[in-house]
Design a protein. Structure first.
Length: 391
């Protein structure tokens, strides 16, 4: 693994360095409002972006909030560039949303999907990580706020005006999400298609679509009375079904919002994805949305996404979750927060008091876990090889 990393990291670093040289080698291109940074490539994701993500961004109230107040930066590969350009031709004039298309270097993309199975450099998440870091730095240079956009995200009909509202009080907003089966959810989503082609899905309906057509990966994260303590998910996402909402706990959350000030001060940390490095970027005071905040989104996934359906006893669960946060207490404030996804009322559910009790109990087990010297040494090696910190 070390040789593969040492070989590939310079390619990723050159991409990052070239973009930073371009960004800082001229006067800043100042912008208004929020920068949406989105890495996407491949026919499947370009199609998903055009069919679902973009139409929900264009829902009337979302568009009203973003018009003249948003820059969308899309990182893609050479084969997808023309498809995106065609999809977005005339988009700026109609929507008032600025579009920037940046091509990911072929040398970077050559390693993705073309290596032997199990090769550690065949990792799209490193490419996603560098793209996310670049978008964050672009936001800081432009004096803009930042939102991490993904091509398979679907937004509630008032997501962006509510994000603007909450951004007045918080310099950082983070949220995990649930994943739905894209083929099964299609008809339910398109029932909310508007005459202008946009998709305006109310929050509770969107959350319920996600719940009804839950992808196996999110279903594998469910926790209930009969799963504690001997049938726990081997995941760092934990999900409970409440009466009219889902409760999610996850140490790795999407960077929903960072203020212009936080973007301007952000370090660069590659090739990790932003959700895996939140303590490096987020302010001490940050917010995780509740069901009534109007900040609902779901992810759309297909059968190619691993289900992650392994379960185990408490010891295995603690070991798995501790490894995901690299045995660091810096993740505690993120794991402590419960994100809420509104859904329609359920006949059977776990009441909120029990959810909070079980959540607190699981966190207590993690706090009691102490890494072995071997584990500490392994993660020091990973940090030295794969995560480069620049002030």
């Amino acid at each position: 693994m070390a040789n593969a990393l040492e070989d590939y990291l310079p390619i990723l670093e050159k991409w990052f360095g070239d973009e930073m040289s371009n960004l800082h080698g001229r006067l800043p291109d100042k912008g208004n409002g929020i920068l949406l940074g989105c890495p996407l490539w491949g026919e499947k994701y370009v199609e998903r972006f055009g069919l679902y993500c973009l139409p929900t961004i264009l829902a009337p109230k979302n568009l009203a909030a973003l018009r003249g107040n948003c820059r969308m930066v899309l990182f893609t590969d050479a084969p997808s560039f023309a498809n995106l350009w065609n999809l977005l031709r005339g988009f700026e004039a109609v929507t008032g949303i600025e579009i920037v298309l940046r091509e990911i270097p072929p040398a970077v993309m050559a390693r993705v999907g073309n290596q032997p199975k199990g090769d550690p450099v065949d990792n799209k998440y490193w490419v996603l990580g560098v793209a996310g870091q670049l978008a964050l730095q672009m936001a800081g240079r432009a004096g803009m706020g930042f939102h991490m956009l993904m091509p398979d995200h679907v937004y509630g009909h008032e997501y962006f005006p509510n994000l603007q509202r909450l951004a007045q009080d918080y310099e950082g907003i983070a949220q995990p999400g649930i994943s739905a089966d894209v083929a099964k959810a299609h008809a339910a989503l398109y029932a909310f298609r508007q005459p202008d082609g946009s998709l305006a899905v109310p929050d509770r309906d969107l959350g319920d679509i996600g719940w009804r057509f839950l992808h196996p990966q999110t279903r594998a994260s469910l926790i209930a009375d009969d799963t504690i303590p001997d049938n726990l998910p081997m995941l760092h996402l934990w999900t409970w079904k409440g009466k009219d909402r889902l409760y999610l706990s996850c140490c790795h959350m999407n960077a929903t919002y960072l203020s212009p000030r936080m973007c301007a001060m952000a370090p660069s940390r590659i090739p990790a994805t932003l959700d895996a490095e939140l303590p490096s970027f987020f302010p001490e005071k940050f917010y995780v949305p509740k069901a009534d905040d109007g900040l609902t989104y779901i992810e759309l996934s297909d059968g190619g996404k691993p289900a992650g359906d392994q379960r185990g006893d408490l010891d295995a669960f603690v070991a798995c979750c501790s490894e995901k946060v690299r045995y660091s207490d810096a993740w505690t404030p993120f794991a402590q927060r419960l994100y809420e996804v509104p859904i329609h009322e359920q006949e059977t559910y776990t009441d909120e008091a029990t959810v909070r009790e079980q959540h607190a109990w699981l966190l207590a087990q993690l706090r009691d876990d102490k890494p072995t010297p071997k584990a500490k040494a392994a993660y020091r090696l990973i940090e030295s090889l794969a995560y480069k910190v620049r002030a």
